[in-house]
Design a protein around this ligand. Structure first.
Ligand code: SF4
Length: 280
């Protein structure tokens, strides 16, 4: 049998009896805000949501933008895009920059003593303004004909980075910047190249909500019951609809004594009972 990415993982799970600090990335804070149930399934039971395909073209744009801004970081000079948008800053030169950018292993970190949790996030860039304040910068790539707008998730992302830098004692501006590359589709032909319009979008956020969310996340983690399903907007997401539909189909086979799912008990459970017992 091949590799099953949905086999519950045993490593890196939250254990309420552990005394070691528990590590949570920025994306897990977002998962908790989106839906505490999937957060719990992931962090306590090792059952993550299905992964998305890798955005390799977006990653390529990220890499190239990093290289481009790194030239100006080394030269302590203002990038033409910053000049075009009247931003009086230079890319921040700091010995930890590559560590902060390493989202998988490091990122910028902060130990929350109250909840014994280490929070971390991997940034794209930081710009240092002439007044010494730091602007968090995130690179984004898309291809849209309609106007580009910032999603709530993107806004939360930079707010968490701002907060992490503040907790590390840096003077952080409440204004973050998105460097947005928009792939053009109005060229006559592909000609083995993709052209982009690049703009800078400022966003002024707030970090006030973060400590309370961390407290709620901790309470969720130490709880012994799985939170109810539903996203923060009160809806059930596509994954849940899928699980529900498949679950009902399998349950139907189960109660009929179908070939694929033989009944394990003579008791006729309702679908809801089966959800909490052996099947789902
Ligand atoms: S609605 Fe369901 S699948 Fe979606 S995030 Fe919540 S528990 Fe997970």
């Amino acid at each position: 049998m091949g590799y099953n990415p949905y086999k519950p993982r045993a490593r890196g799970l939250f254990d309420p009896n552990h005394t070691e600090p528990y590590r949570l990335s920025r994306s897990k804070i977002d998962l908790f805000i989106e839906c505490p149930r999937c957060f719990y399934l992931d962090q306590r039971l090792g059952l993550p949501r299905p992964s998305m395909p890798g955005f390799t073209l977006n990653n390529a744009v990220d890499e190239l933008l990093k290289k481009e801004f790194d030239i100006h970081r080394k030269d302590i000079s203002t990038h033409p895009l910053m000049k075009a948008y009247g931003i009086n800053a230079v890319p921040f030169a700091h010995k930890e920059m590559e560590t902060w950018r390493d989202a998988l292993r490091h990122g910028i970190q902060y130990y929350d003593k109250k909840n014994n949790i280490i929070l971390r996030g991997g940034i794209d860039d930081v710009w240092e303004a002439s007044d010494g304040k730091l602007h968090i910068v995130d690179y984004k790539a898309t291809s849209k004909k309609s106007e580009i707008t910032l999603s709530d998730g993107y806004k939360r992302q930079v707010e968490i980075y701002q907060w992490l830098f503040k907790q590390n004692g840096f003077p952080v501006s409440d204004t973050a910047y998105f460097v947005y590359a928009n792939g053009k589709t109005d060229n006559k032909a592909f000609d083995a190249k993709l052209e982009f319009d690049v703009c800078v979008m400022p966003y002024t956020g707030s970090n006030d909500w973060i400590p309370e969310v961390i407290d709620h996340m901790y309470q969720c983690l130490i709880g012994e019951s799985v939170p109810g399903k539903g996203t923060s907007s009160g809806n059930v997401c596509e994954h849940c609809d899928y699980r529900e539909t498949v679950g009902k189909a399998l349950y139907s086979l189960h109660v009929q004594g179908g070939k694929s799912e033989k009944p394990k008990t003579s008791k006729k459970e309702t679908y809801e009972e089966a959800q909490t017992s052996t099947l789902f």
